[in-house]
Design a protein around this ligand. Structure first.
Ligand code: EPZ
Length: 420
């Protein structure tokens, strides 16, 4: 196990290149299963999650080559059973279910367990596949999807009680592209990562309209061909660095980003008093002597993203006055709160809402990472705290951030990764 020793009180300055999006890469790598021909995917971040996905594709029979950020995938002959020991390690592996169902009309994937951010059901994924004509059975913790007759396009609504589903929309879209007829997904997730997947599928020959909105229309085709694609930048990594620039920066620029994907994040930073300037592919944040508290609610894109909630919780701890954060996507996603309180934060958690009163200083302490965004929030708080902080269970960070500590060190942060 590794831990990070972070020295507090440093100021960050400079430019950082943002990596390709983890949450775009995972479904796009899975989508390569939809064709026998070779797909080449560029700008895939080197993370444990993307490496797990490559292992799963290999176990399903695909030939996979990684050359730094470029993946060559050729799924000429594949089987329909995803390996339990790999699938259980990463919930996102559920997104092989759609392509396997679309191409083989059969899929066996282990039911993903819950995780620290709360229950992670897949009922909407399964409802969508059943709408297309598949039957779903579960035994021994495995989901068995099968379509004895060819799947048929139809109109469906994929909204659940927590709103839209990102990977659920991805799965249904990947099954529908090879399904005869027209499939209309109402209540679809509109996240940029869903739109990026659709762009890749269209390059493969799929007929899709409306991706990036809540209504996606898919005309099924007989087969798809290989394609090349470059994954969009990771808006959550970019947002994490912008919060670092707010908490302890004197001018931090995130490069190779799509500013429009972060409007929901930069709007709040601007309203709090931080200086935000953008170019076509970069955003610069400058510090603010008297930042104001903020009140935000997480909702599906284009609203404020749940994946930035923990980082803004850490930021609120450093802003005088009251801030509040209401989490509507994963109401239990507050594992970072108890750890921030160990550093002296003043946070009152009531159900799905955290009320944060900023404190003069946070103090370094040994803290425990739990999910990847909570872990990043602890590192951000540690940069601001007095003294040094030990962040344990670094594997959470390595799941979703490509070289986070090295990139922060490049901006002036003082930290050391050691084996615990
Ligand atoms: C994706 O997860 C992201 N992961 C998550 O990012 C992100 O937090 C989430 O979308 C929301 O934006 C990847 O893209 C790999 P959902 P996903 O289905 O698709 C409920 C990170 O930090 N729901 O959009 O699994 C669900 O419980 C990760 O990078 C159902 O009820 O999330 C949640 O409350 C964490 N039934 C809400 O919908 C279902 O069948 C949104 O979940 C599916 C979901």
């Amino acid at each position: 196990m590794q831990k990070l020793i972070v020295q507090g009180g440093t100021r960050l300055q400079g430019k950082v290149n943002i990596s390709g999006s983890k949450n775009s890469s995972l479904p796009i790598l899975a989508a390569a299963l939809l064709t026998k021909e070779e797909c080449i995917i560029h700008h895939v971040p080197d993370l444990s999650d993307t490496n797990y996905m490559l292992q799963i594709l290999r176990e399903l029979g695909a030939e996979v080559e990684r050359a730094s950020g470029t993946m060559h995938i050729k799924a000429e002959k594949i089987i329909s059973d995803a390996p339990y020991d790999l699938v259980r390690k990463m919930r996102a592996s559920i997104c092989v279910m759609g392509p396997l169902t679309g191409r083989l009309r059969k899929a066996t994937v282990s039911m993903p367990g819950g995780c620290v951010i709360g229950d992670r059901p897949v009922d909407l994924h399964l409802k969508g596949l059943e709408y297309l004509g598949a039957t779903v059975n579960m035994d021994g913790g495995n989901l068995h999807i099968e379509a004895k007759k060819p799947l048929k396009g139809c109109t469906m609504n994929l909204q659940g009680k927590f709103g839209s589903t990102v990977l659920g929309t991805d799965n249904v879209m990947m099954a529908a592209v090879l399904t005869k007829g027209t499939t209309i997904i109402e209540g679809a997730a509109a996240e940029p990562e869903v739109e990026d997947l659709a762009h890749f599928l269209i390059k493969m020959g799929a007929k899709i309209e409306g991706a990036g909105t809540t209504r996606i229309v898919i005309e099924g085709v007989k087969e798809l061909h290989g394609a090349q694609h470059t994954v969009i930048p990771d808006r959550i990594e970019a947002g994490t660095f912008l919060v670092a620039g707010a908490i302890c920066g004197d001018g931090v620029t995130v490069k190779r980003v799509i500013p429009a994907h972060l409007k929901n994040v930069t709007d709040i930073l601007t309203a709090s008093g931080y200086g935000i300037t953008t170019t076509k592919d970069s955003i610069t944040i400058t510090s603010c002597a008297t930042p104001k508290g903020f009140h935000l609610t997480t909702r599906p894109y284009p609203a404020f993203p749940t994946d930035m909630q923990a980082q803004f919780c850490a930021l609120a701890c450093t802003i005088p006055g009251l801030s509040s954060i209401k989490e509507t996507i994963f109401p239990q996603r507050f594992m970072h709160v108890s750890e921030l309180k160990r550093m002296g934060a003043n946070i009152d958690l009531e159900g799905d809402t955290a009320r944060i009163t900023g404190v003069e200083t946070l103090s370094g302490a040994p803290v425990m990472a739990s999910d990847l965004r909570a872990s990043a929030a602890l590192v951000l708080a540690a940069l601001h705290a007095k003294g040094s902080t030990e962040v344990h269970r670094l594997y959470h960070i390595d799941r979703g951030y490509e070289h986070l500590d090295e990139k922060l060190a490049g901006l002036g942060a003082v930290m050391e990764r050691i084996s615990a």
